[in-house]
Design a protein around this ligand. Structure first.
Ligand code: ZN
Ligand code: ZN
Length: 336
């Protein structure tokens, strides 16, 4: 059967609750023994992966799968909410941060793939870098060095195939992914539990923040705390890291951003008084202008929401103090 001639798939499976639409399309390539996940391009004209498949593509898939449009549409994140400044969207009944999806890199937990050969939705969140079920680092590369992506024919394979379409590379389910201590990715755990509406105790400084704000604040504050001018080396070493690493969120699964998120969470677990003291120390060490991005983020958030959270209030207070009271800065290095 040529892909172009398909009216209806031979084998159709219902979506799993934790599956994505890209994942469902890929799984159907496997179920129907097609040589590539990209069959969808021949069928609908849309390549794989898509962050959000267009309605016209979902309509075609709905006919092909014999599944309701809504059931397929529910497998991908919704459009950003009207209050888009909050950077949230609805996905599977939860509010999640919009705009943090791994777009090109396919990330997998080899142990999850042993359990079930399907793509888990949380693997697409850039801030998820460790499998919460197995506590191992997600793979974003094959052992051959090739980046994992959607140019493949199976979730457990990289893109390398022989000229006659046979896999020539390792079965990713046999790759031993590095174990990660739970404490190292505590920040990721908190964000996932916030997304799930967990009743877990939220530290005062995180209260009132939606999940997108909490994620941003934890990352930004973690980023500050890991700067070498702010005693970052000590914090890195606590994670067994000798040289500071890149810590902006990307599609990969490196540990830098995960440590920043966790350090940010550690800082925000402190009491209000401890946080004031920390900000005062930072102000003296790096000066007001270097703290400005932290302050402007908070002020912007408070403005957008029309309410001041404890955290935004504390940061604004810390910044304002140094703006209004130059005396308070006397003796601090870099101030004048
Ligand atoms: Zn896993
Ligand atoms: Zn490979």
């Amino acid at each position: 059967v040529e892909i172009e001639d398909i009216q209806r798939l031979h084998v159709v499976a219902r979506p799993f609750a934790d599956e994505t639409l890209n994942g469902l399309i890929g799984r159907h390539a496997m179920l129907n023994h097609w040589p590539r996940f990209g069959w969808i391009f021949q069928y609908s004209g849309y390549p794989l992966p898509q962050r959000r498949h267009l309605d016209t593509a979902i309509e075609k898939l709905s006919k092909l799968f014999g599944l309701p449009f809504g059931e397929l549409a529910a497998l991908q994140p919704g459009r950003p909410l009207a209050d888009f400044q909050h950077r949230l969207c609805e996905y599977k009944g939860r509010l999640i941060p919009d705009g943090y999806y791994a777009k090109s890199v396919r990330r997998v937990c080899p142990l999850c793939l042993v359990d079930s050969s399907h793509h888990r939705d949380i693997w697409d969140y850039q801030f998820v870098r460790v499998c919460p079920v197995h506590s191992v680092r997600l793979l974003d590369h094959c052992t051959c060095g090739k980046k994992l992506d959607w140019v493949t024919h199976a979730f457990h394979r990289c893109k390398q195939i022989s000229s006659d379409g046979k896999p020539i590379c390792i079965d990713l389910r046999t790759v031993e992914a590095p174990k990660v201590p739970r404490g190292q990715y505590a920040g990721q755990t908190v964000i996932l539990s916030l997304m799930g509406g967990a009743a877990e105790t939220i530290p005062p400084l995180l209260q009132g923040l939606d999940v997108a704000m909490a994620l941003n604040d934890m990352l930004v504050i973690g980023d500050y705390a890991l700067r070498s001018e702010l005693d970052g080396e000590r914090r890195w070493r606590a994670f067994g890291v000798e040289q500071p690493e890149l810590r902006y969120l990307d599609d990969g699964t490196g540990r830098g951003p995960e440590i920043a998120l966790t350090v940010g969470y550690q800082v925000l677990q402190s009491s209000t008084d401890e946080f004031r003291d920390l900000l005062a120390v930072w102000r003296h060490r790096i000066g007001l202008s270097a703290l400005a991005s932290l302050g402007s983020l908070q002020v912007m958030q408070a403005h957008q929401r029309g309410v001041e959270t404890l955290l935004s209030g504390e940061i604004a207070r810390g910044i304002r103090l140094s703006k209004l009271s130059p005396v308070a800065e006397s003796g601090g290095p870099g101030e004048g």
